[in-house]
Design a protein around this ligand. Structure first.
Ligand code: AMP
Ligand code: MG
Length: 348
């Protein structure tokens, strides 16, 4: 398959281009497009065959359900059997935005989308291009991240092309994504809503609306089977094995340098995914990818996947990543780093 590349202005997108891409979606095609979180791989969310194409292109396990993207809040009632008060409160506050609600589904939502579950995940993205594309398509758009399953999510059109060129119909390039980590997924079908995946809407922001929230036990690093099927798979992983160093700020740099020096002494080529502060303290031969200043979790989230992907074309034997505090977007960043490391975690 030949992939068509469209370049559009993120502020003033070309209507003609989006109309063409929307037509491809309506015809059952696969179109990668930018959102405020990461690039999504879109297909007609009511067409099982089109949705099947997403799983094939990504190599995604078929029991990992997809998020349906809509362009206005009223479309939720066409997908959900009921909208619990908790979901409505979250939607009123955070839509459009990086928040996905899981609700009971209506029967016409295909099994291919929900992985056979009786629930459906729905999001209304803030991205102008995403919303305009969905509006022009006139359908809910199923869209997981536009990467090969298991790899770091794409935050640029070039990342998408690297994984999916020749496997999908089109890629809309509107530059890098603003947030850089995926949406927050909240299951609103439980008496107290449950956080299934931390993301662009922070834990603190959820508490501000809900008062209380349960956290899926799998997020605490336990061996519990996650309720969000996608959370059980290896994810976000760079090309070489990665170790995550988690420690207080005083000992973090020391621990990282100790591990890195041991690997260097063993003759390994070493990569590091670290803050600007720690990068300055590492031996010169370490290949570093700086994700941002330690205190700026928003900057770190925006640069995280680019940092992980920067090792794709570098022959490193091992990568060490620096953990950060789990406040604000730090919770989502640490969730991704733990998964990217396959839970190879080095603590004090
Ligand atoms: P992705 O779009 O690739 O970022 O992944 C979507 C995430 O939402 C995965 O972790 C899925 O398991 C999760 N998800 C989608 N639908 C449901 C659902 N009905 N119930 C629970 N989790 C879901
Ligand atoms: Mg994904």
């Amino acid at each position: 398959m030949r992939t068509t590349y469209y370049k559009v202005d993120p502020v003033n997108p070309d209507r003609g281009v989006l109309t063409e891409a929307a037509k491809l979606l309506r015809q059952g095609g696969l179109v990668a497009f930018p959102t405020e979180t990461v690039y999504g791989l879109g297909a007609n969310g009511l067409d099982s065959k089109a949705v099947g194409g997403i799983f094939r292109a990504k190599g995604r396990p078929s029991d990992n359900p997809l998020i349906l993207h809509i362009d206005t809040p009223d479309k939720l009632s066409k997908l959900a059997a009921t909208v619990p008060a908790s979901a409505q409160a979250l939607i009123d506050k955070y839509w459009p935005g990086p928040l996905t609600v899981v609700v009971k589904r209506l029967p016409h939502v295909p099994d291919a989308v929900t992985g056979g579950l009786d629930t459906v995940a729905v999001r209304l993205p803030d991205s102008l291009i995403a919303r305009e594309l969905i509006r022009l398509a006139g359908i809910p758009v199923a869209a997981p991240s536009a990467n090969t399953s298991g790899r770091p999510s794409p935050t640029t059109a070039q990342d998408v092309a690297r994984d999916l060129d020749g496997k999908i119909d089109a890629i809309i390039d509107a530059g890098p994504c603003a947030i850089g980590v995926e949406s927050t997924v909240v299951d609103c079908t439980t008496p107290v809503p449950t956080l299934l995946r931390p993301g662009g809407i922070t834990y603190e922001m959820l508490i501000a609306v809900l008062g209380e929230i349960e956290v899926d036990p799998s997020l605490a690093g336990s061996t519990a089977v996650p309720r969000s099927p996608g959370m059980k798979y290896t994810h976000y992983a760079p090309a070489a094995p990665m170790f995550l160093v988690e420690a207080g700020q005083e000992s973090l740099s020391f621990l990282l340098r100790r591990e890195i020096n041991q690997a260097l002494a063993a003759g390994k080529t070493v990569g590091a995914v670290v803050s600007a502060e720690v990068a300055n303290e590492l031996p010169q031969q370490v290949i570093t990818a700086v994700y941002g200043p330690r205190a700026h979790t928003g900057v770190i989230a925006a640069n995280l996947y680019t940092a992980l992907r920067s090792f794709d074309n570098k022959a490193v034997d091992v990568i060490y990543a620096e953990g950060i505090a789990e406040q604000g977007l730090g919770l989502a960043v640490m969730n991704r780093l733990r998964k990217a490391s396959g839970y190879r975690i080095i603590c004090e």
